[in-house]
Design a protein around this ligand. Sequence first.
Ligand SMILES: *Cc1c(COP(=O)(O)O)cnc(C)c1O
Length: 374
Amino acid sequence: MKVGFYGHVRQYNNVKAEIDANIKRVIESGEYVMGPMLKQFEKELADFHGTQFAIGVGNGTDAIWLALMAMNIGPGDEVITHPNTFFATAEAIWVVGATAVFVDCDPKTKCIDPTKIEAAITAKTKCIIPVHLYGQCADMAAIKKIADKHHLKIIEDNAQAIDAAGDTFKIGQLSDVATTSFIIQKNLGTFGDSGALVTNNAAIDARVRVLRNHGSTKRNVHSFGFNSRLDDLHAGILSAKLKHIHEWNDLRIKWAARYTEGLKGAKSFLLPYQTPGYRHIYHLYSIEVKNPAKRDAMVEFLVQNGVDAKTHYSIAIHKQDGYPWGKEARIVGSVANAERNAVTCVSLPMFPELTAAEVDYVIQKVMEWDKANA
Ligand SMILES: *Cc1c(COP(=O)(O)O)cnc(C)c1O
């Protein structure tokens, strides 16, 4: 049996009629950029998050730096995040000319460790970017407390966790802005690139709307800006898919539970940690090999046996070649947990359209490896 890492085409086939209808509607409308479908999707996305505003942009990375820029964060300012995230989180900080400050992740959730943040705060610190890594929210209540005490902004990098939630908070409630990506491999993804920001801050909303469209609110009138728009075809595809995201994430949760049940006897690795009371929507089901020297061999074994396993992310940002490429960066304290995660993580196939037989096959192969390597 072969088990792929993604189910993009299966998903399309399951909701083809709805997606095709929206694509047709957009094409026949004659309005493809900043048109009515974008407006509709932005309203749906804001309603989905329970925020006042949603703004579609070109991709998830732009969403982060547009948020920073809208809050006037740039050269001389410091932004705190953690180094075991997708590269784009740090990249966005550098795009606006700010200094990336890395602190360690929590050893269990792999999200930023709130207890490490205060040691990194200086007079230059302006913002914290927690990443809701693998589909599970960071400890936003603790982060918000620190941000309030030190008058810092918070951007939630929500590229991996749309429709996740904390025990007492929703995404977008405890931050200034939450950003997301709709590239196809994310839980809500289109057939190409796009992203969005959600916020309750009218000033951020207004500023990003201008910045994303050549600094323009009116034809021929411009201030400084860019071209980073979510076009209407993608908005239509996303609008059709948004109606299903909650049920799709429920399926991910179901497959995660099946993995956890099937793998619970394993000796050579740890299962993903789930914060009690949180809705973890399993963008990734990532296990943690106890012996880092055997990690790559495990991935190799699974791939050889038809299971498309991957690593997220096998090089921490500060360990990338050439880091920090002449940009400003600082590491505060030990980042040993983040470094360890890079050499122990193995992500198993995870998407809503998996079948029970496929999940069971993955479990069988992983347990075979475990037996031989315990
Ligand atoms: C995917 C991702 C991004 C960037 O999104 P793009 O749309 O690819 O620019 C940013 N942060 C995290 C954590 C991501 O996973």
